[in-house]
Design a protein around this ligand. Structure first.
Ligand code: SAM
Length: 220
């Protein structure tokens, strides 16, 4: 079976929700590589300064943690509820962890093991689709952000009635897609002060099908 077949029949893709086992590890390899374009485009909209303490939620294979370690001199944290994702992120960022510059923890966004007002920037790449209680989870992000801090979301899928694959994908992964308007509404209702969205007509990083990318910058 080719990688594309496995992706389409869901055997591999199911691991996007919570990577586990051999296929989970295979998907992490693919995400680390395939999400590069989304990360580069979306992060061109975010200023990270050398004193910013950063948390990446749903860190997957840890490439964005590795990226942030090159952008800030402050500590970079990662969290993911998948044991495998944490292991892979730790493996990739071992040197920074040993030097005390990085910490990666297994845990859920719904109950972040951090003090109030801990971070300048919290990021979420391709993960908010799976968060179990979006309104409460946003309040949890708000709690751990410092005043003036930024919550940054990057997704490569937005709701699109004309995309026939989306219904299957949503069912398979039990995921929630959010439009620009929905992001704004949820974030403002959660208590963020200001929300800006950027979009781009692009391609799905796995199938190459047309896809709309979105990134969201929400200020506490
Ligand atoms: C599609 S992967 C994206 C991984 C990585 N951010 C990237 O862009 O390659 C989604 C990740 O979010 C994690 N995740 C999903 N729901 C979560 C939750 N409630 N709390 C913490 N992590 C979660 C999954 O375990 C998975 O590693």
């Amino acid at each position: 079976m080719s990688d594309d077949d496995k992706y389409l029949n869901g055997e591999l893709l199911i691991n996007a929700r919570k990577p586990e086992g051999e296929l989970g590890s295979e998907l992490i390899d693919m995400m680390n590589e395939n999400h590069e374009g989304l990360a580069q485009w979306s992060l061109s909209h975010l200023n990270i300064s050398k004193n910013d303490v950063v948390l990446d939620v749903g860190c997957g294979g840890g490439v964005n943690i590795e990226r942030f370690l090159k952008m800030t001199e402050a500590k970079v944290f990662g969290i993911d509820y998948s044991k495998l994702a944490v292991e892979r992120s730790v493996e990739l960022n071992r040197k920074a962890i040993d030097e005390g510059k990085c910490e990666i923890i297994q845990g859920s966004v719904s109950n972040l093991p951090f003090e109030d007002d801990s971070f300048n920037i919290v990021t979420a790449f391709e993960t908010v689709y799976f968060w179990p209680e979006f309104e409460n989870d946003l309040k949890e992000i708000l709690r751990v952000l410092k005043d003036g801090g930024i919550f940054f979301i990057a997704n490569e899928t937005v709701p699109n009635e004309n995309d026939s694959r989306q219904k299957d994908l949503i069912e398979l992964l039990d995921m929630n897609l959010y439009s620009e308007d929905e992001f704004k509404r949820y974030l403002l209702e959660a208590g963020f002060l200001h929300v800006t969205c950027f979009t781009k007509d692009s391609k799905d990083s796995f199938t190459g099908d047309d896809a709309d990318w979105i990134c969201v910058i929400a200020k506490k």
